[in-house]
Design a protein around this ligand. Structure first.
Ligand code: J2J
Length: 541
């Protein structure tokens, strides 16, 4: 096991193997097997390009040879920051075959996040597009390289400038002697974070492939399925629930959408005969608004998944009538546990709950502040452990002591209740995080950046309710002598290289923070302050 990772206790690992959850398969083998069975069938479609399973398998081998020649080897970490492009798949499977670990950055991450990932993971390589959505990633790479001695190679899809061109790394496969074990860590996924920076989540081949297998089964994804990827594919939800990897696991076809808007996605659904796609709630609202005004034939759609943030029952009720397909609610987390409503569940369950755990080996506890089980139906903190939920974050001993119970349950930070039939309803959150339409913002991370401003004495970030995104972020700032403007502060955060979605939507200046009886900043009171202020504006209008 990679240093800095926590394995499952032996008795649990033995159980998960004995029960057939972990079948001893690696991602490298999985693709080899699919290429044998599905050969010339299309695995991925992107624009006019179609890539077969055999081509993907071969591309991964060739790229693995190129990576190996650059010196990338087993257990090395490689920060991968690619948009929804076909090369993402070849890159991941090439790294999997070498036993090197992708660290899944999102296209929206900027220098603050990337420098940290490179440094913390001691990455040896960083893989980027040249430009995407008007942003030049080579600038990020220059910064990361100058700050990190371990970062030996920057690999660019497109114009490489002073770096290595990805296209040059597809070379004749050499003998790859690397022994990759199914219980090895396959990659590092990112947590939404609550205390400070995102934590890195080590996922093994065994545990992740198990989650793909179950997801594909529950979502009825098979060889005839066509999955449309509209969300950024490196995110755990479109990656695995069942997402792009679950679809490949099942021998289906993945279609990559350049973006999530109805204008981009609807024509693709019609053209490619898409059967399933995954959305976050604000996107589902956008699609719901658009569907009646477009005349694309969306009749191939069988399932629209909505997850990543709470989907209101009112909106959920509209999905099936509007799209003529099933809605599936998905409540998951990159740390592991994923809950799904089942496709043939009664409407009331699909509309009003966030599903139930996908595995019979998922253990769920809903507890009070003292870790005592709450009464059936009451709201409490969700704890979980199981065959695909991590036992610890990467190199985070101190944090792990708080994020996991003594007996290995992960503290999700979610407040939930459970229905009599075992379905989970997400009721809120006790982690210091803002869920901005599925994008997670760790309050403390942004607060620390604000505190670096000369004119900021103290800062606290809270969520404010938003009809469209569910939540937006509001920064309460206690200024020093001269208050900066909100605009200045936002610009300051941008210049510090913070991803744009983390920049507060609103800044409020305040003289002092309300406190809890224990003397901590009362975020609850701050949320109330901003809510009252926004509501009074609405009533005044
Ligand atoms: C309310 N909150 C939700 C939901 C996630 C599948 C789906 C989503 C994720 C994901 C994922 C929610 N209703 N339906 O990895 O595989 C909030 C919870 C949770 C956190 C995890 C997957 N679905 N959430 O969103 O790691 O607070 O994973 O703990 O990004 O999102 O965020 P993340």
């Amino acid at each position: 096991m990679l240093t800095g990772c926590t394995s499952w206790p032996k008795e649990f690992a033995d159980l998960y193997r004995k029960e057939g959850c972990w079948k001893g398969e690696t991602f490298g083998e999985m693709l080899r097997e699919r290429a044998k069975v599905h050969g010339e069938r299309i695995a991925i479609t992107s624009g006019e390009r179609n890539m077969s399973y055999a081509e993907l398998d071969n591309g991964a081998d060739r790229l693995a040879a190129g990576f190996q020649e650059l010196g990338i080897k087993k257990s090395d970490r490689v920060v991968v920051q690619l948009p929804n492009v076909i090369e993402f798949f070849e890159v991941c499977f090439a790294l999997f075959r070498l036993g090197a670990l992708p660290v899944f950055a999102l296209p929206s991450h900027r220098s603050s996040e990337i420098n940290y990932f490179c440094e913390f993971a001691e990455a040896v390589a960083y893989i980027i597009p040249d430009k995407h959505a008007g942003f030049d990633y080579r600038d990020l790479a220059r910064g990361a390289k100058s700050k990190n001695d371990t970062l030996l190679n920057v690999i660019v899809l497109g114009e490489e400038e002073e770096f290595v061109n990805l296209a040059d790394l597809y070379i004749d496969p050499t003998k790859n002697e690397t022994k990759v074990d199914s219980c090895d860590i396959a990659f590092l996924q990112l947590s939404g974070g609550s205390t400070g920076l995102s934590k890195l989540i080590p996922r093994t081949h065994d545990d992740y492939i198990y989650s793909l297998r179950l997801s594909a089964e529950i979502c009825q994804v098979n060889m005839n399925s066509v999955y449309l990827a509209v969300l950024p594919i490196a995110h755990n939800y479109p990656l695995s629930s069942p997402g792009i990897l679950g679809t490949l696991y099942a021998g289906g076809r993945v279609v990559l959408s350049p973006g999530p808007s109805p204008d981009e996605a609807f024509p693709l659904i019609e053209k490619e005969g898409v059967t399933i796609t995954a959305l976050v709630p604000p996107l589902a609202l956008r699609w719901l608004d658009a569907v009646s005004t477009r005349d694309h034939d969306l009749s191939s759609l069988q399932v629209i998944q909505v997850g990543g943030a709470k989907f209101s029952a009112e909106a959920a009720r509209r999905v099936t009538p509007a799209f003529g397909c099933k809605l599936q609610q998905v409540f998951g987390m990159a740390e592991g546990l994923v809950n799904y409503t089942r496709l043939n569940d009664p409407d009331e369950i699909i509309i009003n709950t966030q599903g139930r755990p996908m595995s019979e080996y998922d253990e769920i506890r809903i507890v009070d502040e003292e870790d005592r089980d709450v009464q059936q139906g009451q709201v409490g903190h969700l704890l979980t452990r199981g065959p695909y939920t991590i036992c610890g974050y990467y190199k985070a001993e101190e944090h792990n002591a708080k994020a996991f119970t003594m007996d290995g349950f992960y503290r999700t930070g979610d407040l939930v209740s459970m229905t009599d039939s075992g379905y989970i309803v997400v009721e809120g959150r006790d982690k210091d995080q803002i869920n901005r339409g599925g994008e997670k913002i760790a309050a403390e991370e942004v607060e620390n950046h604000l505190l670096a401003h000369d004119a900021v004495h103290d800062a606290a970030i809270v969520s404010m309710t938003d009809d469209y995104l569910g939540e937006r972020s509001c920064a309460f700032v206690i200024p020093r002598d001269h208050a900066p403007t909100a605009k200045e502060l936002k610009q300051f955060l941008k210049e510090r290289g913070l991803a744009v979605f983390k920049i507060p939507d609103r800044v409020e200046f305040i003289d002092s923070f309300p406190k809890t009886p224990l003397g901590k900043v009362s975020k609850k009171a701050l949320r109330q302050t901003i809510s009252d202020k926004l509501n009074s504006r609405i009533t005044m209008k």
